[in-house]
Ligand binder design. Structure first.
Ligand SMILES: [Zn+2]
Length: 302
């Protein structure tokens, strides 16, 4: 990837450091996030989707109540800017702004051309989401509080994407998915959830399917949308074959099976193979209409 001289998005917010970086990015659950949103908006409104680090799922209310007991996170924000904390953070922030700007260009184009999957909602022009960086914990407007343990996530209530730059280290080391395009894929996946929010697929249901199955459809579509952005960025950001394989590795690493989830009925994001396949579908075609995971009638055929 080459980000030199590229546009930086100003839809960027440095929220500073929260109280702590809970869980180090693995295994925790953004409980308060869901419980607040559940109380305020009900399940559909609480639909906050992110990358699975064993963390962000479509939690059923009973799961939330159960997990709440173990939630001891606290939030105290504003203890210093994330992007100014270290040269590494500064570079992560800068990189994130370039990727965000590139997603803005891609989706402004797709929304203006009207080439989107149809869920009965005619979206107007693309509304630009804001990317919030934080460390430790963060408060959202409408989705409650979250710690870094949930991984990057999207809050549909405030149209913001939330990322702790420390996640990039987890991605490179714990999840063995290094490379800047792997990081870009993470941002583009969350942007994909924003697109879903605008076109009406984020809260879609499928008759006869469990919440987990619908969640897999939603997540695979976000992977495909990330690929659509990747297609757009090929020239703009000089995406190479190595970059593509880095993103594929990331998609593999965060598949439900790769994360050790044995029971397919409990999958929330799809297998490694599925995540790679849908990402590539978007990347090769550059066409969001190819990302209609809801048009695949048989769940097993996804
Ligand atoms: Zn997601």
């Amino acid at each position: 990837m080459d980000i030199g001289g590229k546009k930086r998005s100003d839809n960027f917010e440095d929220r500073g450091a929260g109280s702590r970086r809970a869980g180090g990015g693995g295994g925790g659950i953004g409980v308060s996030l869901f419980s607040f949103a559940l109380r305020k908006f009900g399940f559909k409104g609480a639909l906050v989707a992110g990358l699975a680090l064993g963390g962000v799922y479509f939690l059923a209310p009973e799961e939330v109540r159960q997990s709440l007991l173990g939630d001891t996170s606290t939030s105290s924000q504003g203890a210093g800017k994330v992007c100014e904390a270290s040269p590494k953070n500064a570079s992560a922030c800068d990189f994130s702004r370039v990727v965000l700007a590139s997603t803005e260009d891609a989706w402004l184009k797709h929304f203006s051309q009207g080439g989107l999957p149809d869920y009965g909602r005619k979206p107007n022009a693309y509304q630009l989401p804001t990317l919030v960086v934080f460390t430790g914990s963060v408060s959202t407007a409408g989705c409650g509080n979250a710690t870094s343990a949930v991984g990057p996530f999207y809050c549909p209530a405030d149209n913001k994407l939330y990322i702790d730059p420390g996640f990039y280290d987890d991605l490179a080391h714990k999840l063995k998915a290094p490379g800047d395009f792997a990081q870009a894929y993470v941002i583009a996946h969350e942007v994909g959830h924003h697109v879903q929010h605008l076109i009406g697929s984020l809260t879609r249901t499928m008759p006869g399917e469990t919440k987990n199955q619908v969640s897999v459809r939603v997540e695979l579509q976000a992977d495909c949308f990330a690929g659509v952005w990747g297609h757009h960025a090929r020239t703009d950001l000089a995406i190479t074959d190595k970059d593509l394989s880095d993103a594929t590795q990331a998609a593999h690493s965060i598949g439900d099976d790769a994360l050790g989830h044995k029971d397919e009925a409990k999958f929330s994001h799809g297998s490694s193979q599925q995540r790679i396949s849908w990402f590539k579908k978007g990347f090769k075609s550059g066409d969001p209409r190819q990302c209609d995971t809801f048009a695949v009638k048989d769940y097993k055929a996804l």
